[in-house]
Design a binder for this molecule. Sequence first.
Ligand code: NAD
Ligand code: DAU
Length: 351
Amino acid sequence: MAKKIIITGGAGFIGSHVVRLFVNKYPDYEIINLDKLTYAGNLANLTDIEDKPNYRFIKGDIVDQDFIHQLFKDENPDAVIHLAAESHVDRSIESPMDFIMTNIVGTVNLLNAAKAVWGDELADKRFYHVSTDEVYGSLGETGLFTEETPYDPRSPYSASKASSDHLVRAYYHTYNMPVVLSNCSNNYGSHQFPEKLIPLFINNIKNNKPLPVYGKGDNVRDWLWVNDHARAIDVIFHQGKTGETYNIGGHNEWKNIDLIKLLCNIMDKKLNREPGTSEKLITYVKDRAGHDKRYAIDATKLKNELGWEPSLQFEEGLEKTVDWYLENEEWLINVTSGEYQNYYEKQYHQR
Ligand code: NAD
Ligand code: DAU
């Protein structure tokens, strides 16, 4: 059946992969990419599909209540896949209010607009909220986050995402809003803004700049290839049970410093540098405030109920990612010019 879907945040890192997958895989669907184009949103992420007949871009702010209500009235979508967010933990420590507005108020605006246009006609409607494993807080040496793990967010970013998750679930229980949610671990891959660990370090190694490792570099993250996240969103969107939450993860835990050393080795190889050259750029700097020690996802429910599994080994995915950044130098230069320089100075100058 033909579906009209509003995908929010479709010009960002994960959103652009989701938009690309849906536009290419479902030619009968009408995909509307709704994005404010903040510093993290970039239409250059979507040049390969921008002329497809089943794709449209609308520039807009999910915080703008009047605009969102009018848009939903005009478009009357069958579904929403909501990815738009302020997404970087360090920025949330500096400017929490942007996170409260977009991640909480923006999400409620979308829920209210969907509720207003859908009314009681909820058959075949779907509101998919994309969230993060950071809502569960920080793990010790052992254990995994399951869908039953109590929420314990520690940063303004994760607290704003936790709040939005609670509101999405509240609309399900209170108004029968046909919601589905997923909480995913750290993504990596092409088109990620170079404020996040992997693309930041690729860019710095390329430019022979110091690699600012927070604290001792012993924090652990569970990394998933972004295309595998997009595949999981496709599966959950189509087969997930209304009202349910699915954890998505890579079964792929890495201590930051081990990941960074692997990345340095790959970069030395790709840039024809002497082995050990890039590692010399490692610089230990002041830790992130409230730095969560370890994240790790138990994605058994998604595997057992919907048959999803990650497709790629990390070493292979990381090499593909490095290749993409080295082949797309213009993309990297464009996003790291201008405002990025001010952000970088402020974030790393005094560490
Ligand atoms: P991103 O920062 O790369 O992209 C966010 C997009 O949202 C950008 O295109 C931006 O322009 C848009 N946006 C921001 N504020 C907006 C607003 N007010 N109105 C409309 N559009 C707005 O983020 P990402 O890393 O692609 O993350 C996407 C989603 O996935 C987020 O909800 C994030 O919490 C979640 N998530 C991310 C990861 C990860 O590792 N990056 C992991 C799990 C979950
Ligand atoms: O777990 C999912 C989350 O993963 C998403 O919800 C977030 O949107 C996404 O940004 C990511 O959060 P992290 O804080 O884990 O990602 P980041 O790339 O910022 O940092 C990864 C690890 O690397 C973390 O332990 C902090 C460390 N780090 C990061 C930066 C930017 C450094 O040591 N130095 C750095 O300069």
